[in-house]
Design a protein around this ligand. Structure first.
Ligand code: SF4
Length: 325
């Protein structure tokens, strides 16, 4: 695989103000993403995992500038997307697309499948009329939808078929990077593997790079080359997929892995049940953000925030005691 990063995210922050300055009180923020850095190589699938509200989708949308960052840089093929003026951003967006989580609400019910898939061609003034129809039929074929679906409406489709429409639309402009925002979590388990296989086939065929967002490790295990684990707006572990599953260093990752049922009895892990709820992002715990739920918490954890450090072999972890594992 090409080792050159296609995308580099540096110190990305997205803070949402929740209280305006009033009577001299400071504005409070929900720190949805609080200084996250990682890179994705061309042709790689980078899995980004964490519980709801950890900031993973906020990063995915932030990379595409579907909302503005509070701080940080996002380099795509060398240009900082966060600084691009609107016209250049529009051009850059042709190379970056998104597949949404919910195939039911992400499609316009008033548009036929042909119109939905071909809309980006019209918006970017690339094709219209017969040439657009031809390109759309080609895209439908890539995702396993026959030509008879061209004039049908989303309500006539199953969840899996709608997600195929979303994938065809994302492919329309020949992108290099696709943000897959939990693309299978709304689908039946039996359909999930079909969509994952389709995404893998399309990646090989078109040399695509994926940022694959999921809330559990099971889904990303087979599709990802590397995985980043997030907790409360921070990246707390990052490693090659096989390394992360064989040797998790962060207690949070360990707990996530212990929740996956093992088919091989020798691989079975003792289930680690995390106590308590995820803390409020407006009132983050001091020191290590995970300390309120960590079974290994020590005094230092309440006072000092651990840095994300490389522990060798491209395996990064943010825990004061990771070298002891
Ligand atoms: Fe647990 Fe401390 Fe490591 Fe945080 S730094 S994960 S609280 S052991």
């Amino acid at each position: 695989m090409d080792q050159t990063p296609l995308l580099e995210v540096k110190g990305y922050k997205k803070w949402y103000p929740v209280k305006k300055k009033l009577l001299g009180k400071e504005t409070q923020y929900v720190k949805a993403v609080d200084g996250v850095s990682f890179s994705i190589r061309a042709g790689e699938t980078f899995g980004l995992v964490g519980e709801s509200g950890c900031g993973k989708t906020t990063i995915g949308k932030g990379i595409l500038r579907l909302h503005e960052a509070s701080a940080g840089e996002v380099f795509f093929e060398g240009s900082d997307l966060l600084k691009l003026p609107p016209q250049e951003l529009r051009k850059a967006r042709r190379n970056m697309q998104i597949i949404y989580q919910d195939p039911y609400s992400s499609l316009d019910p008033r548009m036929t499948v042909g119109e939905t898939i071909g809309e980006p061609l019209e918006i970017h003034r690339i094709a219209s009329g017969a040439s657009k129809r031809q390109r759309v039929l080609e895209l439908m074929d890539y995702v396993g939808l026959g030509p008879s679906y061209y004039d049908r409406y989303p309500h006539e489709f199953s969840g899996g078929q709608r997600q195929r429409v979303g994938i065809a639309r994302a492919l329309c402009l020949n992108p290099k990077l696709i943000v897959c925002d939990e693309p299978v979590s709304a689908l039946d388990v039996s359909i999930q593997s079909q969509i994952l296989n389709l995404l893998e086939d399309l990646q090989d065929r078109f040399h695509l790079t994926y940022l694959f967002i999921a809330h559990g490790l099971t889904v990303v295990k087979h599709i990802s080359d590397r995985i980043g684990v997030m907790y409360l707006g921070k990246l707390i572990e990052l490693a090659d997929s096989s390394e992360l599953f064989a040797r998790p260093l962060h207690p949070y990752t360990e707990a996530l892995l212990s929740a996956i049922p093992a088919t091989d009895p020798s691989q079975r892990r003792q289930r680690i049940l995390l106590e308590g709820d995820v803390p409020n992002a407006m009132n983050l715990p001091s020191g290590c953000r995970f300390h309120t739920r960590c079974p290994y918490c020590q005094a230092v954890c309440r006072e000092q925030e651990p840095e994300l450090k490389e522990m060798g072999n491209g395996h990064f972890c943010a825990c004061h005691f990771s070298e002891k594992r």
